[in-house]
Design a protein around this ligand. Structure first.
Ligand code: ARG
Ligand code: ZN
Length: 422
């Protein structure tokens, strides 16, 4: 697909990212269904990679099971994209006429309230500064239960915080407790993910039963630079802020940068792609931070959970291929199903369970695969939080608290499983 690139306006500073309004962008619902089913290979015959350049097209979601993809298309690229789809006989419809208008409609509400000054809220999304102010205060407020460390620094120098929550956190006996590792905010635009990670922290601090015998280690925002970018410049930014050959072609998809089967299907070697895998595995300080934090206590870490959105899915390895299964595949499915069943029962929300490659699409370099394949964490999951597409990344703030409860129900089930094997 040849996409007409708008002429560069002479005189604009080349190193400044002009805010993207998404004004006039359409969201297309693309039915890859038949292509996805009949293809022998793991990639559907009509490959969305061709469109994959965020200046003109931004892939919002892709689901192998339903065969539906949602793609945001700029006004400049619209004709080329629709012509391409028609030519390949791929049915599509317009899901949203003006993405920019929808973003604008929800944003003022999000930014309305005054600064929190170290408090936490789940009534709206928190800025990175607000999250950081809350996180660094936690140990003073809960000295026996919370420890906060720096797991690393982002490309732009922001601190990646690691929160440990357990009873008697200063006692070295915690080195005998089983541990559960959780991260959020790996993908910038998935705003409900950091909120959910913080919601778990908040719930843990109110539920002594959950912290007595388990140590919880939580990185609420793996990708602070991207998160800030998604607030200030581009609501649909996904990657980190690694320098690329141009400002628009910058960033690495952190969930394609982990060192297990790195470089395979579903990741791109093109800097402009939203799924750019980076120059090599663990090239990014953000993925290094997760790697090092997980490895430090890997032998007693029984579960690794990474919160993403959206889609309502509980995904387990392998994500890189549907042609192989991990040795403990049955166990992964059993615990995944137990979490989904608990959510269904208590929350009346359906979460699909399966390997990432069978439910979504194959994508190599994910943190879940690395946690299972290299760090040897027995229970490794990507949880795609709410919703199933109507809010998507722009999930209404009224859904933050119920989404946290979904995750909390799942974490209760997970904790029981962990105690069984520990
Ligand atoms: N939506 C997530 C992503 O695209 C799913 C990752 C699932 N895991 C995997 N290893 N592919 O990053
Ligand atoms: Zn994600």
């Amino acid at each position: 697909l040849v996409v007409t690139v708008a002429a560069v306006v002479v005189g604009l500073p080349v190193d400044t990212f002009q805010p993207v309004s998404y004004s006039g962008w359409k969201v297309l619902e693309v039915r890859l269904g038949e292509a996805a089913e009949t293809a022998a290979s793991e990639t559907p015959t009509v490959n969305l990679d061709e469109f994959d350049d965020t200046t003109s097209v931004n892939i919002l979601s892709q689901n192998r099971r339903t065969g539906v993809a949602e793609v945001a298309v700029s006004p400049a690229a619209l004709n080329d994209v629709t012509a391409h789809l028609t030519q390949h006989k791929v049915p599509f419809s317009t899901k949203l006429e003006d993405l920019g208008r929808k973003i604008q409609a929800v944003e003022p509400i999000l930014r309305a309230e005054a600064e929190l000054r170290g408090a936490v809220t789940f009534n709206r999304y928190m800025t990175y500064d607000e999250i950081e102010a809350y996180v660094v205060k936690l140990p003073q407020q809960h000295p026996t239960k919370v420890k906060v460390e720096m797991a690393g620094k982002s490309v732009e120098g922001r601190t990646i915080h690691l929160i440990t929550v357990t009873d008697d956190v200063a006692n070295k006996d915690i080195l005998r407790k089983p541990s559960i590792f959780i991260d959020g905010g790996m993908h910038a635009r998935e705003w409900v993910s950091p909120s959910t990670a913080l919601g778990i922290v908040d719930n843990l601090l109110k539920t002594p039963d959950m912290t007595r015998n388990i140590e919880w280690r939580i990185i609420p925002v793996v990708n602070p630079d991207g998160y800030v970018m998604s607030w200030d410049k581009d609501r649909l930014w996904r990657k980190n802020k690694a320098k690329g050959r141009s400002i628009r072609c910058s960033g690495v998809d952190l969930n394609r940068n982990f060192g297990y089967e790195w470089g395979g299907t579903g990741s791109s070697s093109s800097q402009c792609s939203v799924v750019y895998r980076g120059p090599n595995a663990f090239s990014e300080p953000e993925t290094q931070a997760v790697r090092d934090a997980v490895l430090r206590e890997a032998d007693r870490t029984k579960a690794y959970i990474t919160f993403h959105s959206y889609g309502q899915m509980i995904l387990h390895p392998w994500g890189y291929t549907s042609k192989a299964t991990p040795a403990n595949n049955m166990e992964l499915k059993r615990v995944g199903n137990a979490m989904a069943t608990a959510i269904q029962k208590q929350q009346r929300k359906r979460y699909d369970v399966g390997s990432a490659a069978e439910v979504l699409y194959a994508a190599a370099g994910g943190s879940d695969d690395w946690a299972a394949g290299v760090a040897k964490i027995p229970l490794s999951y990507t949880i795609e939080l709410r919703d199933t597409g109507s809010g998507g990344f722009l999930l209404p703030t009224s859904q933050i608290t119920p989404t946290i409860t979904d995750a909390w129900v799942a974490m209760n089930t997970l904790a029981k499983e962990v105690m069984k094997v520990a």
